[in-house]
Design a protein around this ligand. Structure first.
Ligand code: DQA
Length: 389
């Protein structure tokens, strides 16, 4: 991915003065400069273009000779079928972005008529949406994934499958992203992790699931994770459903541990291990600590006083022993999920009789543990490799 075209649609020239509560204070020129800087960091040459005119945007798309395109189509997103067709007609991958959370605003903003023609839709992360779109394009070009469905919801009951070369059958690492169960955070967060693990000889199944704001929250989020794991035997005959591990980060760590502790029926895929990176292991405590401003209550839809059972059934620490080996990893400077939670969980898991290995990384925060470029990753990768033997 060497050259990327970034297109800003109608009214984005007003950034800086337009609704700063929603779009922030950056002007378009400042945003473009920032995007160019992110491009340099990622080794990508970025060209930016803004227009208030649909026809000009279509012309620019048709002429694009770039390796990838990022488009914030503004309100055209919600009604321009011509734009959909232009995106569909060109060969470079196109990522749809929005600064605001279009799913949490007026009802008409929920619909994107261009999404089906785009390879990903990243929204609600502020200017960071553009950064993450660039990063996603870079990862896609390094190792393209096959996106597969495991349920009826074409946006969220899907996952990215990456298979190593060869006949297989390959062991499978299910990858579960975090983001406090909120809709704006999606599986692109785990692209780099998935690629690194696939390089080690695993098939990776980097799953999406319905989240708070996208039809999920309790119980749909957990139901989706279970369905995605149980779908493994149907995805490809080059996968080995007897050799599955689940790797989850943060809220995805909670879902990963939960998936191993659920009481499976005979058709379920039972993982042989879990690797939980900065996981939320105790939902009652996470609620008390007010993590991410009440994220746990948004996810479980009740306070622990109203429905303690729901908290216990979803909390890894209440499901112990899980009966599968677990690797728990946490940075001691994590400011999103306190390291104390993992320390306590690892002790309780061992006391309950589970095989658990705990690694605490000095000087690391919440995101180093999902960065294959970071020094701590080699330890995590070693642990993942151990499940191969
Ligand atoms: C937007 C969201 C659109 O609904 C709106 O019409 C825009 C900006 C965003 O970046 O959040 O113009 O695309």
């Amino acid at each position: 991915m060497e050259r990327v075209l970034v297109i800003h649609g109608p009214n984005l020239n007003l950034l800086g003065s337009r609704d700063p509560g929603i779009y922030g204070n950056r002007t378009l020129a400042e945003l473009d400069e920032e995007i160019a800087g992110w491009g340099r960091d990622l080794g990508v040459d970025v060209e930016t273009f803004q227009s208030n005119h649909e026809g000009e945007i279509l012309d620019r798309i048709q002429r694009a000779d770039h390796d990838g395109v990022i488009i914030n189509a503004g309100a055209l997103t919600h009604y321009s079928f011509s734009l959909h067709d232009a995106i569909e007609a060109i060969s470079p991958p196109v990522v749809e972005v929005h600064i605001s959370n279009v799913r949490a605003r007026e009802h008409w903003r929920r619909r994107s008529v261009i999404a089906a023609a785009c390879v990903a839709s990243i929204y609600g992360r502020g200017a960071r949406s553009y950064h993450d779109a660039l990063r996603h394009l870079v990862h896609r070009s390094r190792w393209p994934a096959e996106t597969r469905r495991y349920g009826d919801d074409a946006d969220d009951q899907i996952g990215d499958l990456r298979l190593p070369d060869g006949e297989g059958p390959f062991p499978v690492a299910v990858i579960i992203h975090g983001g406090f169960w909120a809709d704006v955070w999606q599986r692109d967060l785990m692209d780099a992790v998935a690629i690194d693990i696939s390089r080690r000889g695993w098939a990776t199944w980097n799953i999406e699931y319905r989240r708070v704001g996208s039809g999920g929250g309790w119980p749909g989020t957990q139901a989706d994770v279970a369905a995605a794991i149980d779908a493994i035997p149907t995805l490809s005959d080059r996968l080995d459903p007897q050799r599955v591990i689940v790797v989850g980060h943060s809220a995805g760590g909670q879902l990963a541990l939960w998936s191993a502790g659920r009481h499976p029926d005979s058709s379920a895929v039972v993982p042989m291990g879990v690797v939980a990176l900065a996981p939320i292991t105790d939902l009652t405590q996470a609620h008390r600590l007010g993590l991410d401003d009440g994220a746990v209550e948004r996810y479980l839809r009740r306070s622990p006083d109203k429905d303690g059972a729901r908290y216990r059934e979803s909390s890894p620490v209440s499901l112990l022993p899980l009966g599968v080996p677990q690797v728990i990893v946490h940075g001691d400077l994590d400011d999103r999920v306190p390291v104390q939670m993992s320390r306590a969980y690892a002790g309780e898991a061992a006391d309950a009789g589970d095989e658990v290995r705990y690694h605490e990384f000095e000087g690391s925060g919440h995101f180093e543990v999902i960065d294959p470029g970071h020094i701590v990753w080699s330890k995590i990768a070693d642990e993942i490799d151990q499940f191969l033997s």
